[in-house]
Write a protein of this length. Structure first.
Ligand code: ACO
Length: 336
C-alpha cells in the first residue's frame, strides 16, 4: 500500500484591497458592525482583466518550488473552484501556465467552500489507488464576480484568492492524510446559492412557433443569495461533529491536534467550533481579518501563511474542515 503526504504549499492574492470603510461607501454598513459580527477587516478583489486562473497558477508554482518538484513531474491538477473562467473547466490552463510538457490530467472540482477538502481527499485516492505521484490541489475562487454589491448582508463577507498544496506519494509509514468525513445536504441549498438565471432572451433566436424560437439563447448565473443566520447555524452544528468523526476514524482525540484550520468564513464560527472541540485559541489558525471568506482558497491560503511564518511545522497534526454552499461539508485530519 502507498501513503501520501503534503510536501509544499503556496498562495496568491489580488492586489486590490478593499477595507470595511471602503464598503461603507457603497452599502449602509460600518467597520464596527463588520468587525464585531465577522472578524473581517479587509478583503482582496480581482478587478478588471485580472485572471483567477493566473492567480491559481501562481499559487501552484510556489507550492512546486517549496516542494522542489519539476512541473513535468506533476501527473494530476485538481482545481477546486466554483468560479471558473470557462464553464467547461479552467483546470487545464494551470499545467499550461506552469509549462508542464507531460499533458497531466487536470479538471475542476465544484463544491464552493468545501472544495479544497474534497480536493485533498480526491488527491489521496488518486495516489493510493491510481498510482499517481504528484497531485496539485488548488483552491481558487473569485466570488466577488457573483456578489450582489447592494446586499450588505452578504457583500461584506467575501474576498478572492488562490492557495495550493502538492500531495505526493510516499511510504505508508510517512502517510500524512489520516482520515476524512464528508457530507452534503441538498435541502439546505435554499440557504446559500447562485443558481442559473431565467433567461429573458430564450426563444429570441427565431420567430414564434419556429424551432429556433423554442431554443435557449445563452445563459448566466444569479448573484449569491444567502440566509446568513441559517448558514451560521448549519456551520456550528455540523463542523464540530464532522471533525470528531474524522478524529475517531484516525484513532486520535482533540489533544492530538496541534492546529485547528477551518474554512475562514466568520471568526464567530471559528471560535464556536474551537469551543465545542475544547481547543484553546492559541491552537486556532485565523487570517480572515485580512482576506474575508475566500471560499475554496481559504484553507490553503491560511495554511500557506502559517507554514511560511513558522507556526505550522513539520510533523504537526492539523484538523481542517470546509463547509458551505451545496450545502456541503467535510473535514480531514492531516499532518504537515
Ligand atoms: N452592516 C450593518 N448592518 C447590517 C449588515 C451590515 N453589513 N448586514 C446586516 N445588517 C443588519 C441587519 O439588517 C439586521 O438589522 P435588523 O435587526 O434591524 O433587522 C441586523 O444587522 C442583524 O442582522 P443579522 O443578519 O441577524 O446578523 P447576524 O448576526 O446573523 O450576522 C452574518 C450576519 C455576519 C452574515 C452572519 O449571519 C454570518 O456570518 N453567517 C454565516 C455566513 C457565511 O459564512 N456564509 C458563507 C458560507 S461559505 C460559502 O460556501 C460561500
Amino acid at each position: 500500500s502507498r501513503g501520501c503526504k503534503l510536501v509544499g504549499c503556496g498562495s496568491a492574492v489580488p492586489s486590490l484591497q478593499i477595507s470595511n470603510d471602503d464598503l461603507s461607501k457603497i452599502v449602509d454598513t460600518n467597520d464596527e458592525w463588520i468587525s464585531v459580527r465577522t472578524g473581517i477587516r479587509n478583503r482582496r478583489i480581482l478587478s478588471g482583466k485580472d485572471s483567477l486562473t493566473d492567480l491559481a497558477a501562481e499559487a501552484a508554482k510556489k507550492a512546486l518550488e517549496m516542494a522542489n518538484v519539476d512541473p513535468n513531474d506533476v501527473d494530476l491538477v485538481l482545481l477546486c473552484t466554483s468560479t471558473p473562467e470557462d464553464l467547461f473547466g479552467s483546470a487545464p490552463q494551470i499545467p499550461k501556465a506552469l509549462g508542464c510538457k507531460n499533458n497531466p490530467l487536470a479538471y475542476d472540482i465544484t463544491a464552493a467552500c468545501s472544495g479544497f477538502v474534497l480536493g485533498l481527499v480526491s488527491a489521496a485516492s488518486y495516489v493510493r489507488g491510481g498510482g499517481f505521484k504528484n497531485v496539485l490541489v488548488i483552491g481558487a475562487d473569485a466570488l466577488s464576480r457573483y456578489v450582489d454589491w447592494t446586499d450588505r448582508g452578504s457583500c461584506i463577507l467575501f474576498g478572492d484568492a488562490a492557495g495550493a498544496v502538492l500531495v505526493q506519494a510516499c511510504d505508508p509509514e510517512e502517510d500524512g492524510l489520516f482520515a476524512f468525513d464528508l457530507h452534503s445536504d441538498g435541502d439546505g441549498q435554499r440557504h446559500l446559492n447562485a443558481t442559473m438565471k431565467e433567461n429573458e432572451k430564450d426563444g429570441e433566436l427565431g420567430t414564434n412557433g419556429s424551432l429556433l424560437g423554442l431554443l435557449p439563447n445563452g445563459s448566466s448565473y444569479s448573484c449569491i443569495q444567502m440566509n446568513g443566520k441559517e448558514v451560521f447555524r448549519f456551520a456550528v452544528r455540523v463542523v464540530p461533529h464532522s471533525i470528531e468523526l474524522a478524529l475517531e476514524k484516525a484513532g486520535l482525540t482533540g489533544s492530538n491536534i496541534d492546529w485547528l484550520l477551518l474554512h475562514q468564513a466568520n471568526q464567530r464560527i471559528i471560535d464556536a467550533v474551537a469551543t465545542r472541540l475544547k481547543l484553546p485559541s492559541e491552537r486556532v489558525i485565523s487570517n480572515l481579518a485580512n482576506y474575508g471568506n475566500t471560499s475554496a482558497a481559504s484553507i490553503p491560503l491560511a495554511l500557506d501563511e502559517a507554514v511560511r511564518s513558522g507556526k505550522v511545522q513539520n510533523g504537526h497534526t492539523i484538523a481542517t474542515a470546509g463547509f458551505g454552499a451545496g450545502l456541503t461539508w467535510g473535514s480531514a485530519i492531516i499532518r504537515w
